[in-house]
Design a protein around this ligand. Structure first.
Ligand code: NAP
Length: 291
């Protein structure tokens, strides 16, 4: 049987470590709880689902999550003012802006307005430069950190491996490709204009797919012994259930006993939420040490 890379199991194991760190931080700072501020613009159902998952997880681990929700038509100035307030609020240790933003807003201006030390998504210009350079002090975006940690939990080294990353978004594909490079993999990045996806994926040791295209990767894309990480989360239009980019059953059959695969749901999703709060706790300790 193909090994399942169980994100829930890994998350639960690492959650204990995170909770211990939160307790230590809270005691050591006179009862101040680690606090994540979430800024949402608009009312996208998927964004609200992800935000609720983050708020629920914060409660479970003993951290705080404050949520500011603006209507879609809010001005950029108002959003920037809120971020400025959160930047200057000593009770807030980390700030994220839930993406995507409405088309009318300049994502870069908004993201760059977050103080780098509070940018726990690692997406402002100063922080993204660090992960682009593969620096040791980089704040990796949560999904990328989650992918790295699910690989680590199964002792999957990327050194010297051929890794194919499908997707080149600033949020997932690019930082993930950089993370793989920083671990000394040989990385191929594919996207919607890649003419022959099968040629790329079939020679890889590890395939990481973040395209948001259900069942993009099927039996013909893979071979025995590969590791397949499915990042995709798309709600099925009929059932509403979340589906990945990989045809799990067909691909698992080909990967065989020596292959590994992450499921959707229950793979990268839980790891992303965990990693966000790991970034938050890192920010708390950095702030404390720099006082
Ligand atoms: P995105 O911004 O839409 O980027 C999708 C990428 O996939 C683009 O680079 C696109 O290529 C590429 N692509 C689309 N169709 C393709 C095809 N047929 N063949 C090859 N490449 C193709 O999406 P994203 O924000 O990166 O997210 C990707 C997926 O991951 C989504 O399902 C999202 O919901 C999910 N996600 C999951 C988590 C989690 O925690 N599990 C976190 C974040 C995102 P072009 O650049 O050429 O357009």
């Amino acid at each position: 049987m193909t090994t399942i890379l169980d994100g829930k199991k890994v998350r639960d194991a690492r959650k204990e470590v995170l909770m211990a760190k939160i307790k230590e931080f809270t005691l050591g700072s006179g009862g101040v709880l680690p606090c994540l501020a979430i800024v949402q613009v608009g009312d996208r159902a998927d964004s609200s689902t992800y935000i609720n998952a983050k708020k629920k997880f914060a409660k479970e681990i003993g951290a705080e999550a404050v949520h500011t929700k603006f209507v879609e038509t809010v001005s950029e100035e108002n959003v920037l003012r809120e971020i400025e307030n959160l930047n200057n609020d000593p009770r807030v240790h980390g700030i994220i802006v839930q993406l995507p933003l409405p088309m009318t807003m300049d994502k870069d201006i908004i993201l760059d307005s977050i103080f780098p030390e509070k940018d726990v998504d690692g997406l402002c210009a100063e922080n993204s430069k660090k992960w682009l350079e593969g620096r040791a002090d980089a704040i990796w975006p949560a999904t990328t950190r989650g992918i790295a940690e699910i690989l680590d939990a199964s002792s999957i080294s990327l050194e010297g491996k051929d890794v194919v990353v499908i997707g080149r978004s600033f949020l997932v594909g690019k930082p993930t490709a950089e993370m793989c490079l920083s671990r000394n993999a040989t990385v191929t990045v594919c996207h919607s204009k890649t003419p022959d996806l099968i040629a790329a994926t079939s020679q890889a040791d590890v395939i990481i797919v973040a395209a948001g295209k259900p069942r993009l990767i099927g039996a013909s894309h893979v071979k025995a012994g590969q590791t397949v990480i499915d990042v995709g989360t798309t709600p099925d239009p009929v059932t509403g259930k979340i589906v990945g980019d990989v045809d799990f059953d067909a691909v698992s059959k080909v990967l065989g006993d020596t292959g590994m695969i992450s499921p959707v749901p229950g793979g990268v999703g839980p790891m992303t939420v965990l990693a966000l709060f790991e970034n938050l706790i890192d920010a708390c300790y950095n702030a404390k040490n720099n006082k």
